[in-house]
Design a protein around this ligand. Structure first.
Ligand SMILES: Cc1cc2nc3c(=O)[nH]c(=O)nc-3n(C[C@H](O)[C@H](O)[C@H](O)COP(=O)(O)OP(=O)(O)OC[C@H]3O[C@@H](n4cnc5c(N)ncnc54)[C@H](O)[C@@H]3O)c2cc1C
Length: 435
C-alpha cells in the first residue's frame, strides 16, 4: 500500500512529489517515459518567467513562490552534496521581459493592472520606447519592460532534473517506464493499474491518496474515476519554431546590435495572435537560437499520441517566421528571408480549462461526490512553468490536509485555482448531463 502516488513526472508532478518528499511524506512518482524527459508540455530549455501583474495577482504570487522554492531546493541539493554545485542560474536566466500592447488594450486593461505594481517596470511608446529600450514602435503600440531578478526564462529540463534529485535524496521513489492505464477507487483505496512500457507487463498499485499531474493525459488517466473531466480540460496543439540569424549575417552585426537582440528577449506580444519569443540556447558563435510561437493559434487534437510526431504545418511556420522578422525590425535588425535559418519546428501540447485558469484541486468522483484524497494539477496552458512550485505547494497542502499559510494571497490563489467549494464545483452541471 502506497501512501501518496503522483502520476506524471513533468514540471507539475515532479514539483509536487518534491514538496511532499521534502515534508517527509512517503511518495511514489509514476512516469511513463524513461529517465530522460523527452516529450510533454514541459519539453525544452526555456519558458518565460515573469512576475508583472496587478497587485495581489495570483500568477505573480506563484511565480515569486517558485523562485523562493527553487532557491530552497538548490540549497538542499548543495547541502547533501548531490552532483556538482547547484546554482539559481542553472534554472533561471535573468533578462528583461518585454510586453507589447495596442494602446487601446493597454489603456483599457493594463494601465490599472500596472498602476500598483510593486516590481520594477518601465513603459514606453513612440520615441521614448526607442530611447529606453531600443525598440521602434508604431504610434499605437506600447511596450512594457519588466526588470527583476529571475524574471526572464526558466529552464524546465534542468528544473525537472533537480527536482527528481531532491525527491530521491528525500527517500521518495520514482518509477520510470510506468504508464498508468486505469485508476479506480474500491473500498476507500485507489487501485492504479500500471503497465511497464518496456515489457508491457501490468500490475496494480494500491494507494491511499493520489495526485494526477499527467499534463495533456490527465483526462485519459481519470476517464474511469472522473469521466466528466474531458469537458473541463482540453488538450491543444501549439506550434513552436526555432530560428537563428544565419552565421554570415550574424557576423556582420555590431556588439550593440547583438546586445539589443538579447535585451529584446523574451517578449510577449498581445497584439493580434499573441506572438511570443525567447532565447532557447546560444550557439558556439554566440548567436541566439530563438524559440517563437503564438498562443492564440492553438488547435484541437484528434490523436494525442501522434501529435508530437506530426509534421508542422507550413502556414504556421510562415506566420511565425513573419512575426520573427517583424520583431527583429522593431529592434532595428533588418533581415532578408534567406538570412533567417529555421533550426527546428515541432508541435507541442498543453491543456487548457474553459476559464484559462489552471486547476489545483480535489475532484469529484463520477457520482458527483467530492473526494479529498485525489487532486489534479492541470490545465496549465501557457502559464504553468513559471509558477510550478507555487502550484505544487498548494497541491501538497491539499493532499495532506494542511491549511497552508494564513495569508490573503495564499487563500486567494488556493481559491482561484479551484479548491473545493469554489468556482469550478459550485456550478454543478445537472445530473444525467454530466456523466
Ligand atoms: C509551447 C508552449 C509554450 C509555453 N510557454 C510557457 C511560458 O512561456 N511560461 C510558462 O510559465 N509556461 C509556459 N508553458 C506552459 C508550461 O510549459 C506547462 O504548463 C507545464 O510544462 C506543464 O507541465 P505538466 O507537468 O502539467 O505537464 P507535462 O510536462 O506534460 O507532464 C506530464 C507528465 O505526465 C506523464 N504522463 C502522462 N500520462 C501518463 C500516464 N498515463 N502514466 C504515467 N505518466 C504519464 C508524461 O510523460 C509527462 O512526463 C508553455 C507550454 C507550451 C506547450
Amino acid at each position: 500500500m502506497e501512501n501518496i502516488v503522483v502520476i506524471g513526472g513533468g514540471l507539475m508532478g515532479s514539483s509536487v512529489a518534491w514538496k511532499l518528499a521534502e515534508r517527509g511524506e512517503k511518495v511514489l512518482l509514476l512516469e511513463q517515459q524513461g529517465k530522460e524527459y523527452d516529450n510533454g508540455s514541459s519539453f525544452g530549455a526555456a519558458r518565460i518567467s515573469r512576475s508583472l501583474g496587478p497587485k495581489k495577482d495570483v500568477f505573480s504570487y506563484v511565480h515569486n513562490k517558485t523562485v523562493k522554492e527553487v532557491s530552497k531546493l538548490i540549497d538542499f541539493l548543495n547541502s547533501v552534496g548531490i552532483g556538482k554545485l547547484h546554482k539559481m542560474e542553472d534554472v533561471y536566466s535573468t533578462s528583461p521581459v518585454s510586453y507589447l500592447y495596442d494602446r487601446s488594450q493597454y489603456d483599457q486593461i493594463n494601465k490599472l493592472r500596472y498602476k500598483k505594481q510593486k516590481y520594477d517596470y518601465r513603459k514606453g511608446s513612440g520615441n521614448s520606447a526607442f530611447r529606453k529600450f531600443g525598440v521602434t514602435l508604431k504610434p499605437n503600440q506600447v511596450l512594457v519592460r519588466e526588470k527583476k531578478l529571475h524574471s526572464g526564462t526558466i529552464n524546465p529540463k534542468v528544473l525537472i532534473e533537480k527536482l527528481r534529485m531532491g525527491i530521491a535524496a528525500k527517500n521518495g521513489v520514482i518509477k520510470y517506464h510506468s504508464k498508468v492505464v486505469s485508476l479506480i477507487k474500491k473500498d476507500g483505496i485507489f487501485e492504479i493499474e500500471v503497465v511497464n512500457t518496456r515489457n508491457q507487463k501490468s500490475k496494480v498499485i494500491k494507494a491511499k491518496k493520489v495526485v494526477v499531474a499527467a499534463g495533456p493525459y490527465t483526462v485519459s488517466v481519470l476517464n474511469k474515476f472522473a469521466p466528466y473531466l474531458d469537458r473541463i480540460l482540453t488538450p491543444k496543439r501549439v506550434f513552436l519554431a526555432f530560428f537563428k540569424i544565419k552565421d554570415k549575417r550574424f557576423a556582420e552585426l555590431s556588439p550593440a546590435e547583438i546586445k539589443n537582440i538579447f535585451d529584446g528577449q523574451p517578449m510577449f506580444s498581445q497584439i493580434g495572435k499573441e506572438y511570443f519569443s525567447m532565447i532557447e540556447e546560444v550557439d558556439k558563435n554566440g548567436s541566439p537560437i530563438i524559440k517563437a510561437g503564438g498562443h492564440k493559434i492553438r488547435k484541437n487534437i484528434i490523436d494525442l499520441d501522434r501529435v508530437w510526431t506530426m509534421k508542422p504545418i507550413k502556414k504556421e511556420v510562415k506566420w511565425v517566421r513573419k512575426k520573427f522578422r517583424k520583431y527583429m525590425e522593431m529592434l532595428e535588425i533588418y533581415l532578408k528571408k534567406k538570412e533567417i535559418e529555421l533550426v527546428d519546428a515541432y508541435n507541442c501540447v498543453y491543456t487548457e480549462t474553459r476559464s484559462q485558469i489552471p486547476l489545483v484541486t480535489a475532484i469529484q468522483n463520477k457520482y458527483g461526490a467530492l473526494d479529498q484524497d485525489i487532486i489534479i494539477i492541470g490545465g496549465m496552458s501557457g502559464v504553468g512553468a513559471k509558477g510550478c512550485l507555487g502550484y505544487a505547494v498548494i497541491g501538497a497542502n491539499l493532499i495532506t490536509g494542511q491549511k497552508g499559510p494564513n495569508t490573503k494571497i495564499y487563500r486567494k490563489a488556493e481559491h482561484a485555482f479551484g479548491s473545493p467549494s469554489t468556482r469550478l464545483w459550485t456550478r454543478r452541471p445537472r445530473r444525467g448531463r454530466l456523466f
